[in-house]
Design a protein around this ligand. Structure first.
Ligand SMILES: Nc1ncnc2c1ncn2[C@@H]1O[C@H](COP(=O)(O)OP(=O)(O)OP(=O)(O)O)[C@@H](O)[C@H]1O
Ligand SMILES: [Mg+2]
Length: 252
């Protein structure tokens, strides 16, 4: 296990976290703690506030009200220091389409100040892991949607992050690629990496998450482990809990 850069056992702590966009409430005062080394899920219908929460955690959206500590630091004041220790898989692909697969990874390594020899080593490893070694010299615009998503995930791991934030990482992946990603996430968690995940796939949340919150209209309507939630609401599986609490059919 890689030594962690801080001693705390809480990787993310949110208190009264709130955000409005032009009068629209995206997040309405949420509290949660993510323990170091856990896989923590954010579930909820479209517009519930999942991406807003993720963006605040990785420093893309400003915290409006409340407090948010990430890896022991106040993200509003120490954004740069925190960002170096995070990996981010955004919901929308922001790869550089006019660069090759390999170049996208090398640029990211450069962004984190990783020396060229070490960068080459990591990039070769990530190309293998993302099953893109055979396409390393292809331009990103030539990749399929699922391949781009795999590259996006590989890119998030270039700096060997302590905390990885994944916003709908498996949307659009074929079943085999999804399984591969699940195994990768298992491996990262075994190494002590904390994972934050949003998903619309309840079987994925049940399979991966140690704990999760269900958000609806910017509020947390339930929190617990998948099994606790199933037992608490007397439902046969997590999908039924979700429907029971949000009244939404799942969007796929
Ligand atoms: N940049 C923005 N400008 C204006 N409104 C925004 C912006 N980003 C998010 N919102 C609004 O905030 C609310 C929460 O959006 P958010 O993207 O966090 O939802 P989500 O739970 O990630 O949904 P999805 O499952 O569709 O990805 C929505 O009402 C959305 O329209
Ligand atoms: Mg979203």
């Amino acid at each position: 296990m890689r030594p962690l850069g801080f001693a705390g056992d809480v990787a993310v702590r949110a208190r009264g976290l709130a955000k409005r966009y032009d009068g629209i409430v995206a997040l309405d005062g949420v509290d949660f703690d993510v323990r170091t080394g856990q896989c923590f899920g954010f579930l909820g219908p479209n517009g519930a506030g999942k991406t807003t929460t993720m963006k605040m955690i990785y420093g893309l959206a400003a915290v409006q009200d409340g407090t948010l500590e990430v890896l022991g630091r106040d993200i509003s004041r120490e954004r740069r220091a925190v960002k170096a220790r995070l990996g981010v898989v955004p919901q929308e692909d922001n790869l550089d389409r006019e660069l090759t697969v390999r170049e996208n990874l090398l640029v990211q390594a450069g962004y984190f100040g990783i020396g060229s020899e070490e960068a080459e080593r990591r990039v070769a490893e990530l190309l293998e892991f993302s099953l893109l070694a055979g396409r390393s010299d292809a331009m990103v615009r030539q990749l399929s949607g699922g391949m781009r998503r795999r590259l996006l995930i590989a890119r998030a791991l270039v700096n060997e992050p302590e905390l990885v934030v994944l916003d709908e990482p498996t949307t659009g992946l074929d079943p085999q690629a999804r399984q591969t990603l699940w195994h990768t996430l298992d491996r990262l968690r075994d190494q002590g990496v904390t994972l934050l995940l949003t998903t619309h796939y309840m079987e994925e949340a049940a399979r991966l998450c140690d704990r999760l919150v269900i958000l609806d209209l910017g509020r947390i309507v339930a929190e617990g482990s998948p099994d606790e939630l199933i037992a608490r609401y007397g439902q046969p599986h997590l999908e039924a809990v979700f429907l029971h609490l949000t009244g939404h059919e799942l969007d796929r």
